[in-house]
Design a protein. Sequence first.
Length: 212
Amino acid sequence: MPTVIAFVSQKGGVGKSTFSRGLAREISANSSLKVKLVDLDTIQKTVSDWHAKRLEVGLAPVADVQILATIDQVLAGADSYDVIIIDAPARAPTGTREIAKHADLVVQPTGPADDDLIPAIREFNGLVKSGIPKNRLVFVLNHIATEAEELAARNMIAEAGYNVLDGSLTERPAYRTAHNFGRTITETNYKTLNTRADALIQSLINQVSNNG
């Protein structure tokens, strides 16, 4: 069976698509593993639209990108892949629980504000109540502006009893621009930003390895 990594959140715009694309690209570019990247948001289609743009501008595909509607469709033919990365839809609590049941690691991106953190912690609390082990749940910090707010966010997550990945993604227009041209957060025009993003993705890969 493949390793299944799911990016979830009930809020939109927190970074699910950002990190799922970045992870898929890094695994595909730096290993021989066969990767399936699944866009489960059949309305927004963020990942599938982005991938079409990537191919249009002549960049190498990051994985086998598919747009599907259910976790059952995701798992059909799963044995053909080494890694399955899921970009889950927002505002779908029942679907999120079903996805989490089949995931080896559930990653929830969040910004540092209470408006993001409190609902995010509540979401993980709900998954734990539904039977998902805490060690399969991890936060990743996005849209960070200062070291102080990152530290405060880490403290709140720790007090709630959850893990958070090392590193964070800062609020930079260059990351959005990269996506506009079919690239990922490790493929911007700025080496420093790429290095930071790459370190964060590596932290995620390490977490997957530790859980395995």
